[in-house]
Design a protein around this ligand. Sequence first.
Ligand code: ADP
Ligand code: MG
Length: 441
Amino acid sequence: MARRVMVVGGGGREHALVRHLAASPRNPEIFALPGNPGTRALARNLPGDPLDRNQVLAACREHAIDLVLIGPEDPLIAGLADHLRHAGIAVFGPGHLGARLEGDKEFAKDVLATAGIPTPSYHAFSTLDAALRHLATMTMPCVVKACGAAQGKGVAVCDAKSEAAAHLRLCLEDRAFGDAGARVLIEECLFGRELSVLVVTDGQDYALLAPSRDHKRVGEGGTGGNTGGMGAFAPVPLTAELCRRIDTEIVAPLLAELVRRDIPYRGVLYAGLMLTDTGPQVLEFNCRFGDPETQVVLPLMDCDFLELVQTTATGRLADYLQGLPDAETGGPDGWPGRGLTDWRRGAVVVVAASRGYPGPYQTGRPLELPADEPAAWVIHAGTGERDGRLVTAGGRVVGCVGEGADLATARSRAYALLDRVRCDNLFHRRDIALDAERTTA
Ligand SMILES: Nc1ncnc2c1ncn2[C@@H]1O[C@H](COP(=O)(O)OP(=O)(O)O)[C@@H](O)[C@H]1O
Ligand SMILES: [Mg+2]
C-alpha cells in the first residue's frame, strides 16, 4: 500500500483531497505540488508547476513517491498521467486520451453519439460564416461552446441571436480562448436542474459517489455571472428510478464505449447532467474531481479514501468494492458503489470569494480563519502568505464545509463557521443548499 502520495494542484479541491487522504488509517506521507497554505498543515508542499511534466516527475523521484493523484484538468489534458505512468508511478487520473472527454467537447459528443447516450443536439463549426448561417436558422435559446478547455469561460447560454453571434465572434474571430475556441459547438438548450455525478473507475469496474450539485452563478437565486462554483451540497436526494436511469442510460454505456475504443481510464469521470422532463442528459464530462463538489462528496465516505485511490490507480478497484459493506445507506439497491458514500448524512460547502469576483478583484487582504471543528472545517482555495500572515490570493478564497446527520444540520454548521472568517473583502451566497431537501424526480 502506498505510503508516499502526491497530490498535484493547489486549489480547494486539492486541499480537500489531501485532507481525506490524510485521514487514512494507513498514515501516508503526503506531498502537494504546489499545494497551498491549507495543505501545508497536513502535507509537505513542494514547489513546482503542474504543467511542467519533467518537474513533477523529478519531484516524484526525489521524494520516492509511489502514488500520484492529479487534481486539475490542464495537466491531465496535457498528458501528465501518461508521463508519470511511463516512469512506473501509479497514477489516479486518466491519460491524455481519456482526458480528451473534457478537453475536446466535440470528441465527447462523438463518444456520446456512438454510445447512444442522451445529450443535447449540436452542430460544430470552425468558421464564423458557417456558424452565423446556421444560427440564422435556429430558434432561441441556444448554447454556444468553445470546444477546448477555456477555464469555464467558453460557454454562453444565449436567449438572443445577437448574444450567440457575439460569443461566436469571441471564439472564432477574436480568438479570445486561443486554440480552445478554434472550433465551436452550437447546442440545443435544455431545461431542468443540474446534477454532478462522480464515477470512480479503473477502466474495468466502477463505483458512483453520492450525487452532488454546485451553485455556479455568483448571485443569490442563481443570478449574475458564472463562477467556478460558489458552493455545493451532497447528496442530492434522487428517486431510485432516476439513479437507475443515470447508471444504465449514461454511465454504463459510456464506460463500455471507452473500452470499445481502447481508451484506458483510471481515475474519476465527472458527468455533468441536466435532469430534464424526459430524463437525464449529459451536458459535459470532466476528467477529474469537481471543485467544489469534492469538498462535499468526500466527507460522506466512511471508507479509506487512500485505498480507493490506490486500488483505482493500480487497476484493482474490484478488490476494493468487494470489501465494501452493502449498506442500505449508500444509495438505492443496485447503485454501483453502494456503501461507498453515506446518503443519510449531508455535507455543504459555502465559498467566500473576493469582492468583485468573477470580475476583477483585489488580493493580499489579511485573513483570519476559525479553527477546524469535528463537523465543520475550512478548505483553502485562494489563500497565500505574506510576512508569515495569511492573506487572500484568489477569487474564491476559502470554502467552509459543514457535515451532519442531514443537509439542514450540515448547512447551518457551514454558515456558522463562515460567520467566524475575518476579512474585510469577502462575500458569499446565503442560499447555498437552501432547497436541497427537495427530491428530484
Ligand atoms: N445544452 C445546454 N442547455 C442548457 N444549459 C447548458 C447547456 N450546456 C451548458 N449549459 C450550462 O452552462 C454551464 C457550463 O457548460 P459546460 O458544458 O459544463 O461547460 P464548462 O464547464 O466547460 O464551462 C453548465 O453548467 C450549464 O449550466
Ligand atoms: Mg461544467
